[in-house]
Design a protein around this ligand. Structure first.
Ligand SMILES: [Zn+2]
Length: 409
């Protein structure tokens, strides 16, 4: 019996923030509840693999009442200090990076360890904080701390859903950050940490004793340079247990997370995102082509390079179509790059646009033709003339179509 009474951690309750009717923070068609579910399920699975007793508040997209959530937190392993509650969240409201909240009753030891590992995994670290209830500052602001009297209840914010850099990181690296949480918890609980096993993803290799970059390159039919670049290695010295990404693997390509909507099919998604059904199947290890609403899929994204995109703030009258035209791209490309699940844009919304802006009209204003518009009406509205509009836009006809973009001098 390995029943250590002095165990620092007797159990971990993993909480997937929000869920069901409560999407949490929403931005650009992305929903916090989808990220938190993905993070929580992974965290639960990994802690289980390490042999740490673990429970989860929800493992599907369902609505949890406050009571139900708290019940799982305080009843799974009791309500002692040796019980960790890890509530997974995505931030919003302006900012970038990860932050952790911990209860007034605790010090920040565990919170700091977790934040540091998330930082090691590549995310910006904002800090660890406590937050007090405004109407009673002796109490915690978050009910997951207030209503769990003794447990170490932490709220982990992995990044901001309304920050373009963070969105990209959350879509590509969220599980790396969660793996950081796994490491920190293992260290805190004094449980030996082992990296994730290769569960079907042949694209990773875990360094074993005696391995060299050269040997691994040979084994996987690649080059030392390719391994160095792909893994951002600054040294050729490998550590046992270190996980390397292999060229040509799924991690070697940009992917995004997509939540299946009503009416979606693999074929439709493949078309929408400019990929193939086979690629989506392979990336997600799908054994069936039947999709469930709410299911999250990884979608391969080709040529989705941040350096080659610009930021555009949506103006009144903009549509995906008008923006695509203006920047010489396609509606699909903008949808993909921004992981849009709807074509409805909000004024002020920031979009990533592939490529560079055309120089044809760098500072001039544009106008999107509305139903019922005529050249005469638009000319009047903008204090110009029909002739000027015709010349400026090289119009062959005075007939306008709604959605058409006109340059206005
Ligand atoms: Zn949240």
């Amino acid at each position: 019996m390995n029943n250590d009474l002095r165990a620092r951690v007797s159990g971990v309750v993993v909480d997937a923030g929000h869920g069901g009717d409560d999407p949490g923070a929403v931005s650009n068609g992305l929903r916090e509840k989808d990220f938190t579910l993905e993070a929580a399920k992974y965290l639960y699975q990994r802690l289980k693999e390490l042999g740490i007793p673990v429970a989860i508040t929800r493992d599907t997209d369902r609505t949890l009442s406050r009571e139900e959530r708290i019940n799982t937190m305080v009843n799974s392993f009791g309500n002692g200090r040796d019980v960790l509650v890890l509530s997974n969240h995505i931030n919003s409201g302006g900012g970038e990076g990860a932050e952790i909240y911990y209860p007034l009753r605790n010090n920040d030891e565990l919170a700091s360890m977790i934040l540091e590992e998330i930082g090691n995994a590549g995310q910006k670290m904002r800090g660890t904080f406590q937050r007090r209830l405004p109407e009673d500052p002796s109490k915690d602001y978050y009910y997951i701390m207030r209503d769990t009297p003794n447990t170490q209840s932490l709220l982990i914010e992995y990044g901001f859903i309304d920050n373009a850099n963070d969105v990209k990181k959350l879509q590509n690296n969220l599980l790396d950050y969660v793996e950081g949480v796994v490491k920190a918890v293992a260290e805190y609980a004094d449980v030996p940490y082992t990296p994730p096993t290769e569960n079907g993803s042949s694209g990773r290799y875990t360094v074993k004793k005696g391995d060299t970059l050269w040997g691994i390159a040979r084994q996987f039919n690649t080059t030392v340079d390719a391994l160095r670049t792909l893994n951002n290695l600054t040294s050729d010295v490998l550590q046992i247990g270190q996980v390397l990404i292999l060229p040509g693997s799924e991690e070697d390509q940009e992917t995004m997370i997509y939540t299946v909507q009503k009416g979606d099919s693999l074929w439709k998604l493949a078309n929408q995102f400019g990929t193939s059904v086979a690629a989506i199947r392979e990336l997600n290890n799908l054994t069936s082509d039947i999709l469930r609403i709410g299911q999250t899929l990884q979608i391969p994204v080709a040529g989705n390079n941040v350096e080659e995109s610009i930021l555009y703030t949506v103006q009144k009258g903009d549509s995906l179509w008008s923006i695509a035209n203006r920047y010489n791209t396609t509606v699909n490309a903008i949808r993909t790059l921004n992981n849009l699940t709807t074509d409805v844009l909000q004024i002020g919304q920031v979009l990533r646009i592939p490529g560079k802006p055309t120089e044809s009209n760098p500072s001039g204003r544009t106008y999107t033709v509305q139903t019922g518009d005529t050249l005469w009406k638009i000319a009047n509205q903008f204090g110009t003339t029909v002739d000027q509009l015709i010349t400026l836009n090289d119009l062959q006809t005075t007939m306008l179509r709604p959605g058409q973009i006109l340059k206005i001098s």
